[in-house]
Design a binder for this molecule. Structure first.
Ligand SMILES: Nc1ncnc2c1ncn2[C@@H]1O[C@H](COP(=O)(O)OP(=O)(O)O)[C@@H](O)[C@H]1O
Ligand SMILES: [Mg+2]
Length: 138
């Protein structure tokens, strides 16, 4: 979908404190855009899961937080980028309950369910980028 990146904030993801900062950033932007508390909570939950994956599996990386603007809609877009080992089988990674790290295996699948749009690009040795967005009508 074509959209204007009204602005983009780049946040480092190296520590738990960085995840807290990301959550605050997403919350503030969504409040400013007029998203409901439920929508904020859904997106912040998804963002937390993806940020923790960046830390745990990707060896750290960064998050990009964007305001999105089309002719009739505004939204928020998040990208989680790492240069870690990547994911060999993306369908498997998206299967509820699948984990290679002793987790619950519901982070990726949950993020996909909670966001309006979800995209993952990953390959062994090429790192991982996960993008999610949520849209609001004017
Ligand atoms: N950024 C990433 N880099 C490499 N592998 C990842 C990444 N994110 C997720 N994965 C893989 O996908 C699996 C499922 O992730 P997720 O659904 O969040 O469950 P969990 O974090 O509980 O393992 C992880 O166990 C891991 O194998
Ligand atoms: Mg996870």
């Amino acid at each position: 979908m074509s959209h204007t990146d009204a602005d983009t904030q780049h946040l480092s993801l190296r520590s738990d404190e960085d995840v807290v900062r990301l959550r605050q950033c997403v919350r503030e932007l969504m409040i400013a855009a007029g998203f409901s508390l439920l929508e904020q909570t859904r997106m912040i939950t998804a963002a937390s899961e993806l940020a923790r994956n960046t830390l745990r599996y990707g060896g750290g990386g960064e998050a990009h937080v964007r305001r999105l603007l089309t002719g009739s809609r505004k939204g928020i877009g998040l990208a989680f980028i790492d240069q870690g080992p990547g994911i060999a089988d993306i369908d498997l990674a998206l299967t509820e309950g699948f984990t290679t790290g002793g987790g619950m295996g519901v982070g990726l699948s949950g993020a996909r369910r909670l966001a309006d749009e979800f995209d993952i690009a990953s390959a062994p040795g090429q790192g991982t980028t996960v993008q999610i967005s949520k849209w609001k009508s004017f």
